[in-house]
Design a binder for this molecule. Structure first.
Ligand SMILES: Nc1ncnc2c1ncn2[C@@H]1O[C@H](COP(=O)(O)OP(=O)(O)OP(=O)(O)O)[C@@H](O)[C@H]1O
Ligand SMILES: [Mg+2]
Length: 242
């Protein structure tokens, strides 16, 4: 199979003086790692790997390991300090909850807005609108501003938009974790369906079981470096036993 993603010698150096620490979790992790005292922080160091078409590729690692940073670089949201990323195909990134949404607008308006962000025309979104709404199960809530949505409802909307339009590459960073059990199951089925159609999936989850179940390959990132890469089973076992 052909490579659809090639990550080569990627390093990411953050300048902490201009940093915003978004959560207490991040702050504590940094404090414990004594990283708050440095001006520069190397979040990723010499990362290289390939993802083949049709892979479900899992990323595992502790909080702050660099998984989301790596996904953002692959999605083109962040530019790496060093190294290159080659991606072939259309990508639907679900990285941050609500990215590409305007919380003052209704779900209906956000479907079109997010579609535009993903590069789709209004006509194209018209054609897919009913499918998106049906999958999200948010029909009764279409006209209220999504700032009144729960985080699970936002995740439903985002996942429904990203997958209604068959992407070549689907990137899912933990956003499913806020969905309820039923919706998570539905998402898993949808991802399997997409996989059967040849979509490549990149998947971050803190559930080892989910990674083992969903992924054929995985990489374990530790403090910005690749600790282990290989079959999902091997990598997850090594990670959970460590
Ligand atoms: N914009 C930024 N500026 C400075 N540092 C950042 C920035 N984004 C991320 N970092 C730092 O890079 C490191 C890796 O963060 P990242 O979000 O990639 O971790 P993660 O593996 O996704 O963790 P989690 O499992 O908690 O989601 C952390 O120490 C984080 O604080
Ligand atoms: Mg993350």
């Amino acid at each position: 199979m052909a490579n659809v993603i090639e990550v080569k010698d990627v390093s990411m150096l953050f300048n902490l003086s201009s940093e915003k620490v978004d959560s207490l979790k991040e702050y504590v992790v940094k404090l414990l790692k004594r990283e708050l005292y440095f001006n520069k922080f190397l979040a990723l160091e010499d990362i290289s790997f390939e993802v083949e078409q049709g892979d479900t590729f899992g990323l595992v690692g502790l909080n702050g390991a660099g998984k989301s940073t790596l996904l953002k670089i692959i999605a083109g949201v962040l530019k790496p300090t060093k190294g290159t990323v080659k991606v072939s195909g259309e990508m639907a990134p679900l990285i941050e909850l609500g990215a590409g949404f305007n919380f003052d607008l209704s779900a209906k308006e956000n479907i079109y807005l997010n579609g535009a962000v993903l590069g789709h025309s209004r006509e194209f979104m018209d054609q897919h609108f009913d499918d998106i709404v049906a999958f999200s199960e948010l029909k009764e809530f279409l006209d209220i501003p999504i700032k009144n949505y729960s985080s699970g409802m936002v995740a439903r909307l985002a996942f429904s938009i990203a997958t209604a339009i068959k992407p070549d590459i689907l990137i899912v960073d933990e956003v499913l974790a806020v969905g309820d059990y039923k919706f998570q199951e539905k998402c898993k089925r949808k991802m399997s369906e997409l996989l059967d159609d040849g979509t490549t999936v990149l998947f971050v989850s803190h559930s080892s079981e989910q990674v083992k179940e969903m992924c054929n390959k995985a990489v374990w990132i530790e403090k910005g470096r690749i600790k282990k890469i290989g079959s999902a089973e091997e990598v997850v076992d090594a990670y959970t036993l460590a």
